[in-house]
Design a protein around this ligand. Structure first.
Ligand code: ATP
Length: 241
């Protein structure tokens, strides 16, 4: 579903992403991890079509992003780190509005909005203004708008950042609900999230992939995930960057 081939991105002299290749298939929930500045967001921005690669190619559902941008973007539900929301709108009006922008009309719109409200456990707050919601409910609303058009691919940038343990649990439950039928990629700093939610993991360091394996292989590297992460991302024990 996602195919990334030899992706490179420079910012001036900085090589933020260096020759990165991987695939994500339906049923995968891929944890995308690495220290600050490793190149995760830059890679995600190229996969979602919001940044052009300096070299290499992104293919979405078999088609090249550079030649089929509209098609490729329509296949992706993207939850950015900070998603825009209209605080004066109720959850349902916001989702109706987003559906309209996406060209979902009439009966299909009601079906799509009802479905995401149910799947993201938003029934209780559907008529509440977004500005009055807790952070967890706000994030669920962002999540709901990113899956309204039922895309086969979901890309989530730090989806549980700053949430309390209960809110994290709820969001993970929602992601799991979509996981089996979609290709999901999650950028996160929370190793526990990789452990409880993901099927595969990619670890990045200084713009390159240093591990691409199943979560069970990642766990079998050593008892503590944080130690495994440190071993992979700190080179010879020295400070990175
Ligand atoms: N617009 C930009 N202009 C210049 N340099 C940039 C730009 N965006 C990213 N970089 C640099 O590219 C490198 C990779 O950054 P990126 O944001 O992709 O890392 P990250 O792994 O997502 O980090 P974090 O975990 O902090 O979000 C860093 O050195 C960063 O400073």
């Amino acid at each position: 579903m996602i195919e990334v081939n030899n992706l490179v991105r420079y910012f001036g002299d900085i090589r933020a992403v260096n020759n990165v290749s991987f695939t994500v298939e339906k049923g995968d929930i891929l944890g995308f991890i690495g220290p600050n500045g490793a190149g995760k967001s830059t890679t995600i921005r190229m996969i979602t079509g919001y940044l052009s690669p300096s070299a290499g190619e992104v293919k979405i559902c078999g088609k090249s992003m550079s030649d089929n941008e509209m098609f490729c973007k329509a296949q992706i539900g993207y939850l950015p780190e900070t998603a825009p929301l209209y605080h004066d709108m109720s959850v349902r009006s916001f989702l109706n509005f987003t559906a309209e922008l996406r060209g979902i009309d009439g009966k299909d719109r009601k079906t799509a909005v009802d479905s995401v409200i149910q799947r993201c456990f938003l029934e209780r707050v559907a008529h509440q203004n977004i500005g009055t919601l807790s952070k967890g409910y706000r994030q669920r609303t962002c999540f709901a708008q990113s899956v309204l058009h039922d895309p086969p691919i979901l890309i989530l940038d730090e989806p549980t950042d700053g949430m309390d343990p209960n809110q994290k649990f709820e969001i993970r439950k929602i992601i799991e609900g979509f996981g089996q039928e979609k290709a999901v990629m999650i950028s996160t700093h929370i190793l526990e999230e990789v452990e409880v939610l993901c099927t595969r993991v990619i670890v990045m360091r200084r713009g390159e992939i240093v591990a691409n394996e199943s979560v069970s292989d990642f766990k079998s590297r050593g008892d503590k995930l944080a130690d495994n992460f440190r071993d992979l991302t700190l080179g010879n024990g020295g400070a990175d960057w």
